[in-house]
Design a protein around this ligand. Structure first.
Ligand code: CDP
Ligand code: MG
Length: 137
């Protein structure tokens, strides 16, 4: 079993899509081992996205991720990292395939509804950023 970090970003959370996204997560067979609603500060959002620090979109990303509450989850399944990224779809909602979450709920490249870890090392960092071991029993 593999674990990945998933976020219902502030755009989708504010629009009331968290319930439908969670329903898809269960339908696809993930086990939700951790879940919390958080309203990140700019500093907390910046720390989470530190790999993008030097990118031109970093300030917008940091501002957006701290603009309202989000739902942070740890999902578990066989091949959870790939499986969750497939369910999310491409980063830009306009490139995302039919039936993906970003296609359904994303509205722009910057406001694309959901986050998912992209590799085992990033998943380990991202899960540890938001959850302690005791919260994932
Ligand atoms: O989220 P994902 O792993 O698919 O994409 P990323 O390349 O790791 O970028 C992180 C987030 O930054 C994306 O989900 C977008 O919301 C945002 N982004 C952006 O606003 N403009 C870009 N040119 C690239 C990414
Ligand atoms: Mg990424």
């Amino acid at each position: 079993m593999e674990r990945t970090l998933a976020i219902v970003k502030p755009d989708a959370f504010a629009a009331g899509h968290a319930g439908r996204i969670l329903a898809r997560i269960y339908q696809e067979g993930f086990n939700v081992v951790g879940m919390k609603k958080l309203f990140l500060s700019e500093k907390q959002a910046a720390g989470f996205y530190h790999v993008h620090e030097s990118k031109p979109f970093f300030d917008d990303l940091k501002g957006f991720m701290s603009s309202g509450p989000c739902l942070v989850m740890v999902l578990e399944s066989d091949g959870a990292i790939r499986k969750w990224r497939d369910l999310m779809g491409a980063t830009n909602p306009s490139d995302a395939g039919a039936g993906t979450l970003r296609k359904e709920f994303g509205t722009s490249l910057g406001r694309n509804a959901v986050h998912g870890s992209d590799a085992p090392e990033t998943a380990a960092f991202e899960v540890g950023y938001f959850f302690s071991g005791l919260e994932l029993l």
